[in-house]
Design a protein around this ligand. Sequence first.
Ligand code: IDP
Ligand code: MG
Length: 156
Amino acid sequence: METTLIILKPDAVQRGLMGRIISRFEEKGLQIVGAKMTKISQELAAKHYKDHQGKPFYDGLVKFMTSSPVLVLAVRGVGAITISRNLMGATFGSKAAAGTIRGDFGVSNSFNLIHGSDSPEAAERELGLFFAQGEVQSFDRPGDAWVYDMSGGKAE
Ligand code: IDP
Ligand code: MG
């Protein structure tokens, strides 16, 4: 099982797309185990996007991410990091494939609706930035017996 950090960015919140985007994750079979609406501070944005510091789009990205509230989610499942990135689609809304969140709901390259951790290391670091101890839940879903093939004793 993996847990990944998803952020519904300010444009997703402002455009009223939160419910539809969350539905994509739930319909896929992933489990929402944490949720928080917050306005990202300059400091938190700088920590979260530290790897992008110095890039031409960095200042605009921080301005955008701190401009209006976001919805932060912790999303869990087998392979949740890659599955979530696939649901999101390519970075640029103008290029993202139809059927993906970015491909279906936006055209902008910078206002691209959603963030998702890109590796297990990033997920652990980013979850730690946005969720305090105890804010990410662990709970069984009886329906997981139909989401995953458990015939081998654990989710395949
Ligand atoms: P990702 O969100 O698909 O992982 P990253 O390369 O990590 O993409 O970039 C982080 C965010 O920075 C993107 O989601 C997008 O909002 C913004 N961004 C990335 N590259 C550009 C660019 O070339 N122009 C404008 N914004 C960009
Ligand atoms: Mg990234």
